[in-house]
Design a protein around this ligand. Sequence first.
Ligand code: SAH
Length: 226
Amino acid sequence: MMRIDILSAVPQLLSGFVDASIVGIARKKGIAEIYVHDLHDYGLGKYRQIDDYPYGGGAGMVLRPEPVARWIEHLQSERAYDEIIFMTPDAPVLHQRAVNALALKQNLLIIAGHYKGLDQRIRDKYVTMEWSIGDYVLSGGELPAAVLTDAIVRLLPGVLNDETSALTDSFQNGLLAPPVYTRPAEFEGMEVPPVLRSGDHRAIEQWREAQSREKTRRIRPDLLGE
Ligand code: SAH
């Protein structure tokens, strides 16, 4: 069974996430275990402080290294982690190939940053991999950690059923997914493309492939190397 541990300053943000939807299903089916840990558990002093002023001055607070290091050491004393991943905007942008590779691992530890970020020494000493979820800045790493966890867990065998197979989604074949339709066949004067109702599986495949290519060329030519 895959295990994902998430270190967070605001674990409440993730409590609904780990119980609901795909991730909840994976847990209930015994396919993945996901644990969220509060950095304040190893906070300093009476107020369980986890942040402090930045050396060199400037705005914002920085996560102190000790609470993060203690959590990492604690978890590492119980099992070996394949990767210790820090979610941060100053990193390469996450992509499907990386997610596919992570879905083959056993134990992952994901660190959600907060405030201005994480003391660089933690990144230097413990973190083995860093991902951004896009070129914009959020206030905390919880949503990015949830994004990565969801993307991984939905790939684990047995989580999705056939109708929602991950293999036909965008990016798995390097293209955007084709348009999808369901009933009714006519909605407010708009018809479902007849080929999809033809029962001709070859023609349907060809139509989907052509739509995928056209859409990718129009919206994401970078995926085609154009
Ligand atoms: N000072 C940092 C931003 C800190 S934002 C900088 O300018 O690069 C606070 C935390 O939110 C980060 O530590 C990170 O964990 C998370 N975060 C914000 N935007 C993110 C993104 N695009 N991808 C991944 N994590 C992000």
